[in-house]
Design a protein around this ligand. Structure first.
Ligand code: XLS
Ligand code: MG
Length: 344
């Protein structure tokens, strides 16, 4: 049976167009509007930061957080939408200015752990066992400002606290090599899988791959996907695109490099991604110039491209490719891929 894919995105994927050089270009919309658009597009699930689920989380009691999470769960159930994961947003608060788990300030490290435990509380209510960690500020601008070995140990210790707090959760680390930091401590999937082994329960620590983050690390996203899948560790996926080594672009999937997008889908198909209930997420943003009336296009287009590439993968003549490989005629193989992608 061919794999049927389930799709997901997060409320932040309806971004408003601000960048470090200018303000928003679209007026912010409510969460209810975003959920209604997700439903209208026929997506299956939504992913959440802790404060997407419970806004202004730092100023709310544990009881209030649980109450609001329950209200959200009701809303999602009413629309038949699942929550894929919850991720602590550990890069916005004044308490995370110098990093979260790796901050040089012990009070701030404790804040990061406490906030991660609240994230787990929310995930329980939303009925997902998946916690995502994008370790945004765990790195340095100035190498001498932190002890790198101790930082890795701090991250492992924080993960241990989370694993001990709830025996059912799984943690998927989303590596990214830079931005906002000059260098991040956990830049690639290899680092993620190695880090898992420093924790108390490596079986419950896995990976989330984002295409653009692989490109920023100078790596091939399809190889990163294959690497994680060889360990059965690809628990979530953020497909998007990125035009080379520059600021984080989060372009629509396939927008910059269609062939790489084909390769990513091919590896996902070959390894049956989704067969254990994993979702295909598009972590994409509209171009800054996008008018409000075209606000859904980047999500719809990413899924369209993905599904067209699934067809391309399924109609790729693997026997023909195998013959070329056996003949070591990679020149022919290269051209076959190009012509297959160009075929109408
Ligand atoms: C940023 C990340 C972020 C995570 C979730 O680059 O993609 O959005 O996916 O914390
Ligand atoms: Mg992402």
């Amino acid at each position: 049976m061919p794999q049927k894919y389930q799709f997901c995105f997060g409320p932040w994927n309806f971004s408003e167009g601000s960048d470090p050089y200018g303000p928003i270009t679209r007026q912010p919309q409510t969460f209810d509007w975003k959920l209604a658009q997700l439903k209208k597009l026929g997506f299956d699930a939504m992913m959440f930061h802790d404060d997407d689920a419970v806004p202004d989380i730092d100023n709310k009691s544990e009881a209030q957080i649980l109450k609001e999470a329950r209200e959200l769960k009701k809303k999602l159930d009413g629309e038949g939408i699942a929550a894929e994961m919850v991720a602590p947003r550990l890069w916005f608060s004044p308490n995370t200015i110098d990093g979260a788990y790796t901050s040089n300030n012990p009070k701030h490290r404790q804040y990061a752990i406490d906030r991660s435990l609240r994230t787990i509380d929310i995930a329980r209510v939303l009925d997902t066992d998946l916690i995502v960690l994008w370790l945004a500020r765990e790195g340095t601008y100035v190498r001498e400002s932190k002890n790198a070995r101790r930082s890795v140990e701090y991250i492992a210790q924080a993960i241990d606290k989370m694993l001990a707090y709830d025996k059912k959760i799984r943690i998927a680390i989303e590596p990214k090599p830079n931005e906002p930091m000059d260098h991040a401590y956990v830049p690639t999937i290899g680092h993620v899988l190695a880090l898992a082994h420093l924790t108390r329960d490596p079986k419950r620590v896995g990976a989330l791959i984002e295409s653009a983050h692989c490109i920023l690390a100078g790596l091939d996203a399809s190889d990163e996907i294959a690497f994680a899948m060889a360990f059965n560790k690809l628990w979530s996926l953020h497909l998007n695109d990125q035009n080379g080594l520059k600021y984080d672009q989060d372009k629509p999937f396939g927008s910059a490099n269609l062939r790489s997008a084909f390769d990513q889908v091919r590896v996902l198909e070959q390894n049956k991604f989704g067969s254990r209930g994993e979702y295909v997420n598009f972590d994409v943003h509209p171009f800054r110039t996008t008018k409000p009336e075209h606000w859904l296009a980047h999500l719809d287009n990413s899924r369209r491209t993905f599904l067209k590439l699934v067809d391309k993968v399924r109609s790729f003549n693997e026997a023909k490719a195998s013959q070329m490989i056996a003949d070591r005629n990679y020149q022919a193989l290269d051209q076959y891929v190009i012509e297959h992608l160009l075929k109408g």
